[in-house]
Design a protein around this ligand. Structure first.
Ligand code: A3P
Length: 317
């Protein structure tokens, strides 16, 4: 039966693929589906998520554009939700990605319709899928969605480092110059790109239903982590009691999930998650690193494009 499903899925995919625009990105094949670019190996799991994932009212979905603070948001949310439970100590012995699985990279990568019953409640899932392409049940159930994004120029630099760090030296990947990657980035050609459309999708969903979608910026979290920990907790309906605040629980979560603390944990220094080095999730953790790589002219080009995309939306960077 499984083989039959796989074959059928393969047939569907083989019929769909030739109808989609495709391009090369650093030696990887990207396909464009419903306005967004996906790396080919992750495209079938995304279709499976759309088709089979059924969100429950108590589920929590952490959405992001890659390299925008996903790891941090996973650590924070896991800690907030499990703070009265021994589970919180798991954060010191597991990478945050092992505690909060990605729908498309973990759960649906090898199985078309995995059984998710065994996951502990409330279930926290993460995804990079754009809002408009999320399975309907996420939009229609009462589950909560938290989105995190980041200055796109910092995202771009972070992603490039992450990509190079995880590309084997002997891979036959034709590495491009920074300005070639940047040119594609401006055209929206990037895994899960165009980034501005990705952000705008979640931004509009947030405006439409403030209780359903919380919209966060990495830079804001850096500036006042305690404030946003409180905000996330309230949004998820796990508010801190006055007693907890007095005891410094918020500050403790902030410290536990800080870049310095996570980066220096033994569990995050070595080993891999799939083909990705765990250490590569913790690089610099700073705001504005793009200025070390991107020229003012390149930044201006991006800014103009972004401003015209965001015009009238109220979203700004
Ligand atoms: P840099 O490459 O700029 O350092 P993601 O988690 O979405 O993959 O994003 C990775 C980026 O978030 C990296 O940015 C990484 O260093 C940073 N990061 C990871 N953990 C963090 C934390 N606890 N606090 C702040 N930034 C963090």
């Amino acid at each position: 039966e499984l083989l039959q499903t796989l074959v059928q899925k393969d047939v569907e995919l083989q019929q769909l693929l030739p109808t989609l625009q495709q391009t090369n990105w650093a030696g990887r094949r990207l396909v464009k589906y419903d306005g967004f670019w996906y790396q080919l190996p992750f495209f079938p799991p995304i279709l499976s998520v759309q088709k089979y994932f059924r969100a429950k009212n108590r589920d929590i979905i952490l959405a992001s554009f890659p390299k925008s603070g996903t790891t941090w948001l996973k650590a924070l949310t896991f800690s907030i939700v499990n703070r009265n439970d021994l589970n919180i100590s798991l954060l010191t012995s597991n990478n945050p990605h092992e505690l909060v699985p990605f729908l498309e990279f973990d759960l649906y990568l090898h199985q078309e319709n995995p059984d998710l019953q065994h996951l502990s409640c409330p279930k926290i899932f993460s995804t990079h899928i754009p809002f408009k392409s999320l399975p309907e049940s996420i939009r229609e159930s009462k589950c909560k969605v938290i989105y995190i994004c980041r200055n796109p120029l910092d995202q771009f630099i972070s992603h490039l480092h992450f990509f190079l760090e995880n590309t084997k030296k002997n891979d036959s990947v034709p590495l491009l110059e920074l300005d070639e990657y940047f040119d594609m980035y401006c055209q929206g050609i990037h895994p899960f790109g165009p980034i501005c459309d990705h952000m705008l999708g979640y931004w509009n969903a947030h405006l439409e239903n403030l209780n359903k979608v919380l919209f966060l910026k990495y830079e804001d979290l850096k500036q006042d982590t305690a404030f946003y920990i409180k905000k996330i907790a309230e949004f998820l309906e796990y508010p801190f009691s006055v007693e907890e605040e007095k005891q410094g629980v918020i500050e403790e979560i902030s410290r536990l999930c800080s870049f310095e603390n996570l980066k220096n944990l033994e569990v995050n220094k070595t080993g891999h998650i799939g083909v990705v080095k765990k250490s590569s999730f913790f690089r610099k953790g700073e705001v504005g690193d793009w200025t070390n790589y991107i020229t003012p002219a390149m930044a201006e080009r991006f800014k103009k494009m972004m401003e015209s995309k965001f015009e009238g939306s109220g979203l700004m960077f």
